[in-house]
Design a binder for this molecule. Structure first.
Ligand SMILES: [Zn+2]
Length: 181
């Protein structure tokens, strides 16, 4: 299945927010020499949520070779907000709870046939108390339990979405959850 080590950040860009906003570029100045470090010199993870993307990465400066952590939140209007969360913890948490995009080199032996979209009614699931955001006036629970299995919030469903992965759950409020590994 998905590997859980840092991934080239270029795989996560452009970031496409459910509202239609797209973030194409991301760079950080080197903490030592100030040169801009581009996406291709960062490895880590980006977790896309309804109204923000959480990013944790290890950056390597192409000029001086300094490695430094990048932990931030990106909003749909392209604001970058530094997160004051221990780097190792944030990286671990995001890797554990995020969907990892398939790399072009990797084959997909576990590509199960996608089931047809069949939403689950909100009353059929048990919702976690933790809330990760708001969508159309309703709270987005961090996780839901359906038939005894926990699913973590993954993303807001897109209108054009035609199929779900085998381990995803579509709540009829328009939210998609992914089965906890
Ligand atoms: Zn540098």
């Amino acid at each position: 299945m998905a590997k859980k080590s840092p991934i080239p950040l270029t795989l996560f860009f452009p970031i496409k927010f459910p509202g239609g906003n797209v973030v194409k570029r991301f760079a950080k100045p080197c903490v030592r020499c100030g040169e801009w470090v581009e996406l291709k010199h960062m490895e880590g993870i980006v977790k896309l949520r309804a109204d923000r993307a959480l990013l944790s990465a290890n950056a390597t400066c192409a000029s001086c070779g300094t490695r430094f952590p990048v932990d931030c939140m990106i909003t749909p209007d392209k604001q970058v907000i530094k997160l004051h969360i221990p780097h190792a913890f944030l990286m671990w948490y995001l890797l554990r709870t995020s969907h990892i995009p398939a790399t072009s080199a990797a084959s997909t032996p576990d590509a199960a046939p996608a089931p047809s979209l069949r939403p689950v009614a909100a009353r059929e699931v048990e919702m976690a108390i933790d809330v990760v955001g708001n969508y159309q006036g309703q709270s987005i629970p961090a996780a839901v339990s359906y038939k005894g299995i926990w699913y973590d919030f993954e993303r807001v469903a897109m209108k054009q979405e035609a199929a779900l992965a085998a381990d995803e759950l579509w709540l009829d409020s328009g939210l998609i959850f992914r089965r906890r590994a």
